[in-house]
Design a binder for this molecule. Structure first.
Ligand SMILES: [Zn+2]
Length: 210
């Protein structure tokens, strides 16, 4: 964490968990488990630092093990299950949002015994629906998957809204979902691939307190 890296905390309102975002993952340091993201819907449950190829979401119940994901317009989603003391970090671009990586992560947390009505969720900065124009073919795919109300006009998709819909469908309570603080494309402090093919990556992380 250096002066040239904007780092902000995300408050889950619980002293047992800390979370945050940093504007440049490369400057954050090595004290974090980051999967090798491939826009898959693969989720790993880990209890220690390890290599995670072809993985786009991580769950852990190990206190002090910081987990995170890297994005530049894609959706970073952080979860905290207070009843089983578990946290998750999810990377959901259009592929993961359409394919349901959030659902897969919630299924695994449910399998670990989490009551999803207690789950807390927070989104890191990502591109907003007004800025995220895609092809007609892709809007058709989201429409066919039941996300018509997450489209903005004819050509735009609100990926955060898609993931919020998935959380609500799984039983997460709306009041336990914290939306993103800003749009990456509209906020120069944060990396945006759409804005300038930014080589930086936003880091979104979460950790159970020790
Ligand atoms: Zn925007």
């Amino acid at each position: 964490m250096t002066d040239s890296c904007l780092c902000l905390g995300i408050d889950f309102g619980d002293c047992h968990v800390t979370a945050g975002v940093c504007s440049d993952a490369a400057l954050f340091g090595k004290d974090i488990l980051l999967p090798v993201q491939t826009h898959s819907c693969n989720v790993a449950v880990v209890d220690a630092d390890c290599n995670l190829p072809d993985t786009d979401a991580v769950i852990t119940r190990t206190p002090g093990l910081r987990i995170g994901v890297r994005t530049a317009d894609c959706v970073p989603l952080l979860l905290y299950a207070p009843d089983i003391a578990a946290v998750a970090a999810i990377h959901a671009g259009w592929k993961g949002s359409l394919g349901g990586i959030a659902d897969r992560t919630l299924e695994l947390l449910d399998g670990l015994g989490a009551n999803l009505s207690l789950l807390r969720a927070a989104f890191g900065p990502c591109i907003c629906g007004s800025c995220y124009e895609v092809s007609h073919e892709l809007t058709d795919e989201f429409r066919a998957a039941g996300f018509s109300d997450c489209l903005v006009g004819e050509r735009n998709v609100d990926l955060e809204a898609v993931n919020i819909r998935r959380l609500l469908r799984a039983g997460v309570r709306r009041e336990n979902i914290k939306p993103k603080s800003c749009c990456t494309l509209e906020t120069p402090a944060f990396p945006s691939w759409r804005r300038n093919c930014d080589s930086r990556r936003l880091l979104s992380w979460i950790m159970l307190s020790q």
